[in-house]
Design a protein around this ligand. Structure first.
Ligand code: NI
Length: 141
């Protein structure tokens, strides 16, 4: 883990894959991950952990299959939401969107159970950030 500050703007600019989270730092045994997303993810469930979402840019929608029925929530930029453990969910982004996730290290993006994973979704526990500039003298918003 780097001991230097990390610019989220630079971190987001360092990759272009969709639905393929990068681990920007860790907090105890949790990862702070960022991802660029667009279109559909896949219905899946994490049996043993909640999953925290923060929308950095764009808009995220999350389909939720709860005990009393199915609904979709909309998270504009700047919104947070925690999907409880055991709740089947499917993120969807109608426009190019950037999100931050907070979840235990080793959490798989497609959960413990999932529908068939489409080719554009990366089934991963997160990738390391790479190629970040050491200096950060060009940070803008
Ligand atoms: Ni999930």
């Amino acid at each position: 883990m780097t001991r230097q500050p990390i610019s989220l703007a630079h971190a987001l600019a360092s990759f272009s894959d969709r639905w393929s989270p990068r681990i920007v730092t860790t907090v105890n045994d949790y990862d702070v991950r960022i991802a660029k997303v667009e279109g559909d993810h896949v219905w899946h469930v994490h049996d043993h952990t909640d999953e925290f979402f923060l929308v950095l840019d764009g808009e995220l929608r999350i389909g939720l299959r709860e005990p009393d029925g199915e609904r979709t929530i909309t998270l504009p930029k700047g919104s947070v939401f925690t999907v409880p453990r055991g709740i089947e969910h499917k993120p969807y982004a109608p426009v190019p969107t950037a999100i931050m996730l907070f979840e235990p290290t080793g959490t798989l993006t497609v959960g413990d159970r999932h529908d068939e994973v489409p080719g554009h979704v990366d089934a991963t526990t997160g990738h390391a950030l790479g190629g970040l500039p050491v200096r950060d003298d060009t940070l803008e918003a």
